[in-house]
Design a protein around this ligand. Structure first.
Ligand SMILES: NC(=O)c1ccc[n+]([C@@H]2O[C@H](COP(=O)([O-])OP(=O)(O)OC[C@H]3O[C@@H](n4cnc5c(N)ncnc54)[C@H](O)[C@@H]3O)[C@@H](O)[C@H]2O)c1
Length: 381
């Protein structure tokens, strides 16, 4: 197996999570060559140098273009604010590098479409950091649905609620500015929920959506002045899936009390499944066929019999964490590069997610139901 040299761009929340996972992936998984952590880039060279030292990279730079031009780097790992994803990913693809990009893939459908086409044409491996679907318990849910264990699915009720911007005192940041973030709660949180829906039950056929900004201005730390928040705090939708099943979304970055409230319930003709990311090692399952007087949700605790769990821990119920999902994600990325196994969610899924977000924005703006035509690339922008 050939060693892959990584160049990491961005050293914030996700940059650190990726670095931790790069350091442990070959210790957790057998038969994979440990990646080489070559260069870390940040816009501030001193910050990059400090991060390289702390995160175990050989060198650092304040200019991300240098990292892309470096022949020691085969994988460009993008953990920067959303507006930089397209420019950085396109430059990496043009240089023939594999690309691992945080979500959302891009600011809009046009950008995402361009990226998905360029990556496919270049024949490089392309990955989007939509990590929640890598949870072994989510694969259990998908397997149960596919095996008919809850009968025919009849509805999906999905929420992704957090409160990181619930206080009006939380300052203005790149996440509030359309040019830098694209949409708000929808891009940050909704992208994960859409990917989850796609993984478990398939894609929307049509939807009606509503977007709201409840905190209209926030103080900009750079100027001390209040600035208009340019994207939504709350997004909700009534969806019809291609299969005809109805689904609902409730997405918020101001949902007081929630820290990582990605939850869903899937109802079926013979049972139901419920999941809560804040309790990510549990899958709750209801079976209508249980004896009368004995019906109720039971909890399946994550254990070594579930997917990659056993790679981390031999004992059931001890639990995986969010950083372990990043280790699984990077293992799958390296497997795709080294062994040619498929990687998902790739840029085409990043584009599909972007199209659903765009359809929600279009519906909220027009007040009308929007139809997604998946046969026609780029429709329902
Ligand atoms: N997968 C997940 O669960 C998840 C969670 C959080 C964030 N994200 C995504 O990760 C990305 C980064 O988010 P974050 O929370 O880590 O943000 P952050 O603000 O914590 O970090 C962003 C980093 O990018 C650097 N940066 C900014 N401009 C740059 C430039 N021109 N060149 C090089 N570096 C530059 C910043 O200095 C900072 O180190 C976003 O796209 C976000 O949506 C994903």
């Amino acid at each position: 197996m050939s060693q892959q040299g990584f160049g990491l761009i961005g050293t914030g929340f996700m940059g650190r999570a990726h670095a931790i996972a790069l350091g442990s992936v070959a210790r957790v998984f057998d038969g994979i060559t440990a990646p080489r952590c070559v260069t870390v880039a940040d816009d501030d060279a001193r910050k990059a140098q400090k991060a390289a030292h702390e995160l175990g990279f050989e060198r650092s730079t304040g200019h991300w273009h240098e990292l892309i031009a470096d022949s020691a780097i085969q994988v460009v790992d993008i953990c920067t604010p959303n507006y930089l994803h397209a420019e950085m990913a396109l430059a990496a693809i043009r240089a023939g590098k594999h690309v691992y990009c945080e979500k959302p893939l891009a600011l809009d459908v046009d950008e995402a479409d361009k990226l998905a086409r360029a990556a496919a044409q270049a024949g490089v491996v392309h990955a989007v950091g939509l990590n929640y679907t890598t949870n072994p318990m989510i694969s259990v849910a998908r397997d149960m649905i596919a095996a008919g264990e809850i009968g025919e699915p009849t509805a999906f009720s999905g929420r992704y609620l957090e409160d990181y911007m619930a206080s009006a005192d939380v300052p203005f940041s790149w996440r509030c500015e359309r040019r830098l973030a694209g949409s708000g709660a929808l891009a940050d949180l909704g992208s994960h929920l859409i990917n989850m829906l796609h993984y478990l039950l398939g894609r929307p056929k049509s939807l009606v959506a509503d977007l709201r900004t409840l905190v209209p201005v926030r103080k900009d730390p750079a100027t001390g002045q209040h600035r208009k928040v340019e994207n939504e705090d709350i997004a909700s939708a009534l969806i019809e899936l291609e299969s005809g099943i109805p689904a609902t979304f409730e997405i918020s970055r101001i949902a007081t009390g929630y820290k990582c409230g990605l939850t869903f319930e899937i109802f079926g003709t013979r049972g139901a499944i419920a999941f809560d990311q804040e309790r990510m090692n549990e899958l709750r399952v209801y079976a209508s066929g249980d004896a009368s007087g004995r019906r109720g949700y039971r909890t399946i605790l994550a254990g070594p019999e579930h997917g990659d769990y056993g790679r981390f821990c031999p004992a059931p119920g001890h639990g995986l964490g969010i950083n372990d999902l990043k280790v699984i994600e990077i293992y799958r990325l390296l497997s795709a590069i080294e062994r040619g196994t498929p990687f998902w969610p790739d840029f085409s899924e990043g584009l599909a997610v972007q199209r659903v977000m765009s359809a929600m924005e279009a519906s909220a703006a027009s007040g009308e139901r929007v139809t997604l035509d998946w046969q026609r690339p780029g429709s329902a922008r």
